[in-house]
Design a protein around this ligand. Structure first.
Ligand code: NAD
Ligand code: MG
Length: 356
């Protein structure tokens, strides 16, 4: 512990979550060191932000608390090769997603406290909300409590992120992992993007202008989601016309029906029984052949082309698009920094890492 009795923190990884956590925790008064492979893609950013950057091995050796904020698929190797041999006895190992621990890919050392603090939002938002005096709700969990203070560590860290300003909810590694995977697959990323693409295709195939279709099914979705966010479906209904409400009532259940829900349950079952993770690990180990194919199909979808043209006319959007696009080159270059835990792949799967 430092003089202030706060844990000395090492953050391994300086991407979407890593950078936001590091900046917020430092502003909250914590002693934060960044662990990165030397010459790695995000090292320059961490140095420019004024952090001390060490190799992961050096950074974790001196830390009371180690936050693992690298992509999920490199964490197993990172833990085995670098964290397990170098972490202090009795230190606290912290994750932002429970995947590796829950599915048994990482079996943490017996002497460690093992906790989870997962902000319910992307890194850029974790930082932005903190800066304006707000916070992103965080969920936390304890997998292993050797010190008797594991929960306190998790709460202290979550508070340092600004999460306590919004809400802290206690969960388990199992619940966080399974609900997070389900949410991003069925609703947030998978469900929402498939819904938008199918709606766009339906209008364009019927002969309507792609520009009109884009505004209708993608652009306007933000306004609806903002209402959900502020006041739930109740607030959305208050703001749309009677005609829109009637159409919602009679047509919504035709699009998302009992069959759709049955498929959601299948997706959840495959997450729970480990089938999804098994496939994902195999895909990653094979060098992401299908992942890249699916990704390309999304990038090549006609809605992307018309969207780029239309967004160029709304200059204010260029600025808010910054955080994600600046994260992109880092991911593309990450295969080039050779060191502990580096993978053989030319690029890390950044788009998935950018999700909720
Ligand atoms: P990211 O891809 O944005 O950043 C990864 C960072 O790790 C980069 O700095 C990269 O250079 C570094 N890195 C990669 N391999 C490394 C290695 N072998 N050794 C050391 N550093 C390495 O990742 P992210 O999206 O911030 O995800 C980090 C964790 O946070 C994951 O567990 C993810 O599930 C979780 N999470 C992410 C979000 C999100 O919105 N992105 C939200 C909640 C939780
Ligand atoms: Mg996720």
């Amino acid at each position: 512990m430092t003089a202030s009795n706060q844990p000395k923190i090492a953050i391994v990884g300086y991407g979407s979550q890593g950078r936001a956590h590091a900046l917020n925790l430092r502003d909250s008064g914590f002693d934060v060191t960044i662990g990165l492979r030397s010459g790695g893609p995000t090292e320059v950013k961490a140095l420019a932000d004024g952090f001390t950057v060490k190799t992961p091995a050096e950074a974790v050796a001196q830390a009371d608390l180690v936050a693992v904020l690298t992509p999920d698929m490199v964490q197993k190797k990172l833990y085995n090769d670098v964290l397990a041999p170098n972490m202090k006895a009795g230190a606290c190992l912290l994750f932002a997603h429970g995947l590796n621990v829950h599915f048994g890919m990482i079996a943490p050392r017996e002497d460690l406290d093992v906790v989870l603090v997962a902000p319910k939002g992307p890194g850029a938002l974790v930082r932005r909300e903190y800066e304006i005096g707000r916070g992103v709700p965080c969920i936390f969990a304890v997998h292993q409590d050797r010190s008797g203070r594991a929960e306190e560590f998790a709460k202290t860290y979550a508070a340092g992120l600004g999460g306590a300003r919004a809400n802290l909810i206690k969960t388990t590694f199992k619940e966080e992992t399974e609900t997070d995977l389900f949410g991003e697959q069925a609703v947030l990323c998978g469900g929402a993007s498939a819904l938008v693409q199918a709606g766009f295709e339906t209008l364009v195939e019927a002969g309507y202008q792609p520009e009109i279709a884009y505004y209708e099914v993608l652009h306007e979705l933000k306004l609806i989601v903002d209402l959900f966010y502020e006041g739930g479906i109740t607030r959305m209904l208050e703001f749309v016309s009677e005609t829109a409400q009637y159409g919602d009532f009679v047509s919504g259940p035709r699009v998302i029906n009992a069959e759709t829900k049955a498929r959601m349950k299948d997706i959840l079952s495959e997450i729970q029984d480990g089938t999804f993770v098994q496939r994902w690990v195999a895909e990653y180990d094979a060098g992401l052949p299908n992942y890249r194919k699916y990704q390309q199909a999304d990038l090549d979808h006609p809605i992307e082309k018309v969207g780029r043209e239309l967004r160029a006319k709304m200059q204010w959007l260029q600025q808010s698009a910054q955080p994600a696009s600046t994260a992109q080159p880092a991911a593309a270059a990450s295969g080039t920094d050779a060191a502990a835990g580096a993978t053989a792949h030319p690029a890390n799967p950044q788009p998935i890492a950018e999700t909720a």
